[in-house]
Design a protein around this ligand. Sequence first.
Ligand code: S3P
Length: 430
Amino acid sequence: MELTNITGLKGQVTIPGDKSISHRSIMLGSIAKGITEVHNFLEGADCLATIECFRKLGIEIEKNQDTVVVHGKGLHGLTPPTDILDVGNSGTTTRLLAGILCGQEFDSKISGDESLNSRPMKRIMEPLTQMGANISSILRNDCAPLYITKGKLHGFHYDSPIASAQVKSCILLAGLYADGETSVTEPNLSRNHTELMLKEFGADLMSAHELTNTRTTASVRPCQELYGQKITVPGDISSAAYFIAAGLLVPDSEILIKDIGINPTRAGFLKVCEDMGGDIILQNEHFCGGERVADILVRTSNLHGITIEGSIIPTLIDEIPIIAVMAAMAEGTTIIRDAEELKVKETDRIETVTDNLKAMSCDVTPTFDGMIIEGGKPLLGATIHTLLDHRIAMAFSIAALVAEGTTNILDSDCVDVSYPSFYDTFELLL
Ligand code: S3P
């Protein structure tokens, strides 16, 4: 994909449904009794992989564009898969599904693409094993493919060394099948969509204090059944972030982005935009199925560098590539630290972000847990190596809109993982 710079992005857009919530709607819908109807489901490759996995586990799932109907069979209704469960590029599918499968009476195998099969799974295998699960790495490298056989799960408490919603959710989902209460404490609060949705489905759950971040423990007790729900998935803030950044950076722009999920455990990006001097207004705030939602109005702004560190990091971890692009265009220095988790995403994002920013002539230094960006110098068009990482493709497509000359995004089709219509949304703003 070749892109050049532009001015004056104007108009109103809606953004496809939240990826994290879409995954969870299929998973909980499948293990709940009765019908779960999902609206604004994200039709990205990751979430479609989740649907395929649950179909292989015997669940009937009807899909008509972004409306999905899941015919849930209850907590003990999954049936043995005839085939390996293919999770594609999706870490969320792998880790949450593994939690559910450890509670089943049958054997299963999970595998994905090359990137997925090199991501760390010890972080779930260790606590699941402590609960009594039988889960192993087939190649004995602590990565997928994973092999799961029948175990006997006990309620337990896990002190997680990392703030990871995937780890927390994996354990809580396994906890539905345990013989007592299961709880997870994390060093900082990660996204809490699993907790919110489990409550909606009728689970006996206590969640961390959402707003003040004073408690970072979530716990679940085994229950008889979960019950199917009607879910409207809010727009994905991680996808909206590219358009928010475009609105802030591209001269003479004004964009209204409708119905975006602004759950405080996900919305660190909005705080960073404000702290950098961005003109952002939230309108029409309301709740939808336990999730906070708003429209976001963005106007072109002069940004300045800031330091981003500590407890805010898990609330914006997927937005760091686009934050780095904003920092390159902002006056002064931006420091990102405490973000070592970037190394184990779809690519090592400390490396992919800093390598590509350097290619665009930005003065950036990678560090062991983040990066230091000296902003304010013009970016120059370059060839961007996405390494098939969707968030790198999208972040550097925004960089291309404000860079001098032409930028070539290699393998730009990888946006299909989380946002197949990404480039179409732009057409609406030209
Ligand atoms: C996700 C959690 C995050 C995030 C990922 C989606 C989720 O990963 O990076 O894109 O849906 O739970 P970690 O929980 O591993 O940080």
